[in-house]
Design a protein around this ligand. Structure first.
Ligand code: XMP
Length: 523
């Protein structure tokens, strides 16, 4: 019979985590310092499962989280992450009430529902509508018609939006309210796309369904083409990450805010998190640069007492003692990473931090004892890094990888014919001025004086929608799992075997000695 098991020779060179990392305990290792050994496999990459349980009530369908940074995650990014099966953590560099409404946007996002469709009024001329289409380059010509109070009065069909009717009023041309097909949000139920799909099948020739409330106020519009596209996408392997009420999941970062006397502002923290919980937030992340600290621990304790069931992510730490401390305070998920981030300068400025693979190993063993999970936070630049991280962690947090995406906050800027987006560390002076100073142990006012920033402001090449970036990353993770014969992430963690890579080995790992015509990236 053909050998499918390891040979002892392999075991001498390619070691399991509990042999490999202790044997390398005198040097901090990061992603590029190690490589994973292949194993016999009967697993096809496309059949691997990527779901991960971060806490009892926090399950993701892919192990990816977008960072709580003001150039990475607001509602648009969080929606895209959850639609792909992951999680977005909404940053806190904004007024509390704005963060609440960002969370609401995610929780009330109905896939396929155009929440603010372009509307016209009965007094407008068809000529005005034609001019609007021309000016805004719309590729559609059917519009809901609403009165000045937002109440639906009819539908202006594309059949009548023609130059020959330019002088007529919308009121004369519209299909009256009683003939317009509508549905209430309640009737759409838990699975709006399935409901809308059924509607379009039952109503021959109708391509648009208007969503209204009980008072006929327009809430949105569902189009048949969107429903068809989404129904196709649903056949995809990785389903959106949803809560028990079928809403997309969403996390929010909170800070260990202090009051004017320098004490932890428990009242404000509790009030704000209560608001987040009311809006359906699925987890909060107490995000700081130094999580093994009294302020973070006390914040976690206060939240744990007030919200016994709320999944709490806390960090960042890189030591077993740090994991023990945060777990004892009540955190369910611990962020691991101090200084690995692409925009971080903590190691340069403060001389502190641990290379990521060593930190992940140490913290993963402490976390297993405490029955909490860990997220590898920062320093990920390629899918192979994620595979390596997932041999020790239950998920990864990425900032830089998503910051060039369409869904990241901020505009695209053109420099020298290339398109970029701004990406900055939350410990950069500019970000601290906007509110994240507490994360780095400073007061907001300090940020206007001279304090040592621990992050930089940078540009990332614009890289299109998150879907596309995630598709590449997921493909890479599945490929890695196939090489290790791992059908799921638990198997990846238990099967992984490591070896260190020399500088020559690192050079060998990247394309070399060729003139590169095309990068591995898809456009
Ligand atoms: P990547 O490598 O994905 O890293 O861009 C994102 C992570 O970096 C952390 N972060 C910082 N660390 N100074 C730091 O030392 C900073 O200004 C800073 N801003 C973000 C954070 O953990 C994030 O998820």
């Amino acid at each position: 019979m053909a050998a499918t098991r390891n040979s002892s020779l392999d075991d001498t060179f390619y070691q399991k985590a509990d042999s490999f990392f202790p044997a390398n305990n005198r040097v901090g290792l990061t992603y590029d310092d190690i490589t994973l050994a292949t194993l016999y496999s009967d697993i096809l990459p496309r059949n691997t499962q990527l779901d991960t349980q971060l806490a009892e009530t926090l399950q993701l369908n892919i192990p990816a989280v977008s960072a709580d940074m003001d150039t990475v995650t607001e509602s648009r990014m969080a929606i895209a992450m959850a639609l792909n099966g992951g999680l977005g953590l909404i940053h806190y560099n904004m007024p509390d009430r704005l963060q609440l409404s960002e969370v609401s946007r995610v929780k009330f996002h109905v896939q396929g529902l155009i929440q603010e469709p372009i509307k016209v009024s009965p007094d407008q001329l068809i000529g005005d509508v034609l001019a609007l289409i021309e000016e805004r380059k719309f590729r559609f010509s059917t519009f809901p018609v609403v009165d000045e109070k937002g109440k639906l009065v009819g539908l202006l069909s594309g059949h009548v939006v023609k130059p020959r009717y330019a002088a007529k009023k919308v009121a004369e041309a519209l299909t009256p309210r009683k003939l317009v097909h509508t549905i209430t949000k309640k009737e759409l139920g838990k699975d709006p796309i399935a409901r809308a799909d059924k509607f379009f099948t039952e109503h021959l020739g109708i391509h648009k369904l208007l969503v209204v409330d009980e008072d006929d106020q327009m809430l949105g519009l569902i189009t048949m083409s969107d429903v068809e596209r989404i129904t196709q996408e649903r056949k995809a392997q990785f389903k959106p990450a949803r809560d028990a009420h079928f809403r997309l999941i969403c996390g929010a970062a909170v800070s260990a805010t202090r009051n004017a006397f320098g004490e932890l502002d428990k009242k404000r923290i509790l009030e704000h998190v209560s608001g987040l919980v009311e809006r359906g937030v699925d987890c909060v992340a107490v995000s700081t640069a130094h999580g093994h600290s009294q302020g973070v621990g006390d914040t976690v304790k206060v939240l744990r007492d007030a919200f016994p069931k709320l999944p709490i992510i806390a960090g960042n730490v890189t030591s077993a003692a740090g994991v023990d401390y945060l777990a004892d305070c009540g955190a369910n998920v611990i962020k691991i990473g101090q200084g690995p981030g692409s925009i971080c300068t903590t190691r340069i400025v403060a001389g502190v931090g641990i290379p990521q693979m060593t930190a992940l190993y140490v913290c993963s063993r402490a976390a297993a004892k405490k029955k909490v999970s860990i997220l590898a936070d920062g320093g990920i630049t390629k899918s192979g890094d994620i595979v390596k991280a997932l041999t020790l962690a239950q998920g990864v947090i990425c900032g830089g990888m998503f910051s060039g995406c369409t869904e990241a906050p901020g505009e695209v800027v053109e420099i020298g014919g290339k398109m970029y987006k701004h990406y900055r560390g939350m410990g950069s002076l500019a970000a601290m001025k906007s509110g994240s100073a507490a994360r780095y142990g400073h007061e907001k006012a300090d940020a206007t004086r001279k304090v040592a920033a621990e992050g930089i402001e940078a540009l990332k090449e614009s890289c299109g929608p998150v879907d596309r970036v995630l598709a590449q990353l997921i493909g890479g993770i599945q490929s890695g799992m196939g090489y290790l014969g791992a059908a799921n992430l638990a198997q990846l963690r238990s099967k992984a075997r490591y070896i260190r890579v020399s500088p020559a080995g690192q050079r060998e790992a990247a394309p070399h000695d060729v003139v590169e015509l095309k990068t591995g990236k898809t456009d």
